[in-house]
Design a protein around this ligand. Structure first.
Ligand SMILES: [Fe+2]
Length: 274
């Protein structure tokens, strides 16, 4: 299991600006592709998009960073994000490697990021060898502690996961949601509107409320998956990311940003991705 550890405190203004990117699927070799899309090129396009909304306080990369677990992919990801001049915090996904706590890139895997009025909690849903997500006891304990802290301090909580806690309406993806996501939602329910959950994995934008908690997913930086699909189906939507503006007093606003300066044509005849 990839370790998530340590707190980072960011000195932010009364409005913290955070970008969520997800499912970058960088391959061992530069120019590798997923469902017909060059994942280095599409991530570069999303980085150009982010440059238009700088400055931001933090980048959250919510899993499936690499497509084939290659170390080279993680170093390229780090290098591609560096020009955005914001710290980036990563989560592992089902396509990602596990590595020792000695790995030089482990500084990207933090448990908690503190902003003005908000805490970001990073939760690891990766189950080695499985596609579906699960929150093991370590992660549920971290969540319970974060919820208790938020209740005590009155701060607001943004939770980031790779797999969503509940399905988004695609049969083939919904069975891969966090298997004990209901347990996490029952913990979060005591915060209600003071908690927000952001997830990746489903390569599409979705916006739902479960147990009074807003749960959002984000487009991938590469291929998109079609909403409301029973089986695997790629979509023509453009690569993108999510901008979150978190106000110190708990108000928040979000917007999905999509690439428009370059066209990425996914292979719409593809029957799956590996
Ligand atoms: Fe995934």
């Amino acid at each position: 299991m990839n370790p998530l550890s340590g707190d980072v405190r960011l000195e932010t203004a009364s409005v913290s600006r955070v970008i969520q990117l997800s499912d970058t699927h960088l391959m061992r070799e530069r120019g590798g592709s997923l469902v017909g899309i060059d994942t280095d090129r599409s991530l570069a396009a999303v980085c150009r998009l982010i440059k238009q909304v700088l400055p931001v306080d933090a980048l959250l990369v919510t899993g499936d960073l690499a497509g084939d677990e290659a170390d080279q992919a993680y170093y390229r990801l780090s290098a591609m994000l560096t020009p955005l001049e914001a710290p980036s915090f990563w989560l592992p996904g089902n396509h990602d490697a596990t590595w020792s706590s000695e790995h030089p890139l482990n500084t990207h895997f933090r448990r908690r990021i503190q902003l003005s009025g908000w805490d970001i909690l990073m939760l690891n849903t990766q189950q080695p060898g499985e596609v579906a997500g699960l929150l093991p006891d370590t992660e549920l304990t971290a969540l319970a502690e974060a919820v208790a802290s938020a209740r005590e301090t009155g701060r607001h909580l943004l939770v980031a996961t790779h797999h969503p806690l509940r399905g988004v309406g695609c049969d083939w993806l919904d069975e891969q949601s966090v298997q004990n996501g209901a347990t996490a939602l029952s913990l979060l329910a005591s915060l209600g509107a003071r908690a927000v959950v952001i997830s990746g994995h489903v390569h599409q934008d979705s916006d739902q409320t479960h147990s009074g908690v807003k749960c959002l997913t984000v487009p991938s930086t590469c291929v998109q998956f079609a909403p409301q699909s029973v089986q695997f189906r790629a979509d023509e939507e453009a690569p993108g990311c999510r901008l979150l503006e978190l106000y110190e007093d708990g108000k928040w606003h979000t917007q999905v940003l999509r690439v428009s300066d370059e066209v990425f044509a996914a292979d719409l005849t593809s029957r799956g991705y590996a």
